[in-house]
Ligand binder design. Structure first.
Ligand SMILES: [Zn+2]
Length: 188
């Protein structure tokens, strides 16, 4: 993200594991994270996320319904995945998501057009994935404008702490995406 400010962007995807300690950290530290949630991962326990929205500084954003590679779908498939998730998340959270994280970061011009038709203002990929998958990745040197990717997995508490520590070590503050997208002229 182009920015002159000393900021990083924390994003957390999917939403399957609902760790109360993570929610507490996000609320207490007022982390302005963007949560790219799958409707199916919120529907069995929506209060975990509505509580975060109400008490913290997070925003809920679009990550499709079924997590496909959108570039492989026809127009109707893209529409069902992006508009479908938009509708479900709007019903649950009372606010329409404005941002889309395309699963696997897979984008092309057709995906951009389909997203726009569903009301998406910007597609957000990432610069570093801090998620502990089979092992914990090496911590990178963060710079202004980096977008950190995390996931709601059992290790999110530790992964989030590593990301916050790396930001602090680089003199960067976590910030919300939308105001910076607007000041960069990427969203009207
Ligand atoms: Zn995902």
């Amino acid at each position: 993200m182009p920015t002159d400010e000393k900021v990083v962007f924390i994003t957390i995807d999917d939403g399957w594991v609902h760790d109360p300690a993570v929610a507490q950290k996000l609320v207490e530290q007022r982390v302005p994270a963007s949560l790219f949630l799958l409707p199916g991962a919120t529907s069995y326990d929506p209060s975990y996320f509505t509580g975060l929205v109400d008490q913290g500084r997070v925003s809920v954003e679009n990550h499709t319904v079924n997590h496909p590679d959108l570039t492989t779908l026809d127009a109707a498939g893209k529409d069902a995945e992006v508009c479908g998730a938009e509708d479900q998340l709007t019903t649950t959270f009372g606010r329409a998501p404005k941002l889309l994280r395309p699963p696997y970061g897979a984008v092309n011009d057709d995906v951009r057009l389909a997203a726009k038709a569903c009301g998406v203002k910007a597609l957000i990929t990432w610069t570093y994935d801090f998620t502990t998958w089979s092992e914990t990745p090496a911590t990178p040197q963060l710079h202004s404008g980096d977008i950190v990717l995390l996931h709601f997995t059992p290790t999110l508490g530790a992964d989030l702490q590593r990301a916050l520590d790396a930001a602090k070590a680089a003199g960067l503050k976590p910030a919300a995406l939308m105001p910076h997208l607007k000041s960069a002229g990427l969203v009207p």
